[in-house]
Design a protein around this ligand. Structure first.
Ligand code: SAM
Length: 285
């Protein structure tokens, strides 16, 4: 099977199977070999690795992964792609395709059974409509994970990487940076996909920390605090938190901010992860 990462071969496969794109599944297939090679390089996969691919599509990147990893598990929701994948991946005996919804797959079990519980690597050109639940699901379930190298919407990649004082900074930035070191490794224009998406894309590598960079008494409380702080962006932190369902009063928040030498009118978007961690430790009881 010739490499699929170009328009001619992709069109040939799509025509052979009379495949029609399903918009609801965020199907934009990669047709650029340079980008594919770059993703493989940046993901740092070796012949010792178990790689989880989310949404293999017609198997374009899966072929590269199979060439470089020990084993690949590829989870694809669209049943119409399964016969295509059986064909395009027939030369590889180290790939397992699961016809499932990634949000319902027990990734922990896959790591346990196929990688003796050792950290796996995730590599994917993600369906953009569920980027955040996929990433947060992987982190929050504490699946043994070394890194996640993914194609996402450019704007979402920016949100994951920035710090306080920028318009893109928010709950996603803090959640990602609690678990991993983010690094945008490539910007990818719409012309590298078929069909072309309406937005620009970027490849971001999230390298999982062994231990989070801050320590908190209760992780769930930290994230509830962060979410409440950004729910009402234009409000001060005090009003945002007091209006949430965290059961804390304005007075308690002002007192906590005072302990941290922060002004009572400060907004959530001005706080670093360290400051959110400190605030959560003061308020958690
Ligand atoms: N990896 C291929 C490529 O790079 O050419 C396809 C990437 S395309 C952006 C996203 C893929 O994810 C599609 O094949 C789509 O059907 C699949 N997908 C969408 N939602 C999914 C879900 N919930 N679980 C698993 N796969 C999903």
């Amino acid at each position: 099977m010739a490499t699929l990462g170009n328009p001619t071969n992709t069109i040939a496969v799509l025509q052979k199977y009379q495949f029609t794109f399903q918009k609801k599944y965020g199907q934009n297939f990669l047709i650029d070999t340079h980008i594919l090679e770059k993703i493989i390089r940046e993901s740092g996969i070796t012949e010792n690795d178990l790689v989880l691919e989310i949404g293999p599509g017609i198997g374009t990147m899966t072929q590269y992964l199979a060439e470089n990893a020990r084993e690949v598990v590829a989870v694809e929701i669209d049943k119409n792609l399964i016969p295509i994948l059986n064909d395009t991946l027939s030369a590889y005996d180290n790939v397992t395709v699961l016809n499932e919804d990634i949000l319902k797959v027990d990734v922990f079990k896959i790591a346990e059974e196929r990688n003796q519980g050792k950290p796996i690597k995730v590599v994917a050109n993600l369906p953009y409509y569920i980027t955040t639940p996929i990433i947060m699901g992987l982190f929050e379930s504490h699946v043994p994970l070394e890194s996640i190298t993914i194609m996402v919407q450019k704007e979402v990649a920016d949100r994951m990487q920035v710090g306080p004082g920028t318009k893109d900074y928010g709950a996603l930035s803090l959640a990602v940076q609690y678990y991993a070191k983010p690094e945008i490794v490539a910007n990818v224009p719409p012309g590298c996909f078929m069909p072309r998406p309406k937005v620009g894309s970027a490849v971001i590598k999230l390298s999982r920390y062994e231990n989070p960079p801050v320590s908190v008494k209760n992780e769930a409380f930290l994230f509830a605090l962060i979410r409440a702080s950004f729910n009402q962006r234009r409000k001060t932190l005090v009003n945002g938190l007091a209006n949430g369902d965290l059961n804390i009063t304005k007075e308690q928040i002002i007192e906590a901010l005072d302990k941290m030498k922060l002004p009572p009118a400060i907004r959530g978007e001005a706080l670093t992860l360290e400051q959110f961690a400190k605030l959560s430790n003061i308020l958690y009881s």
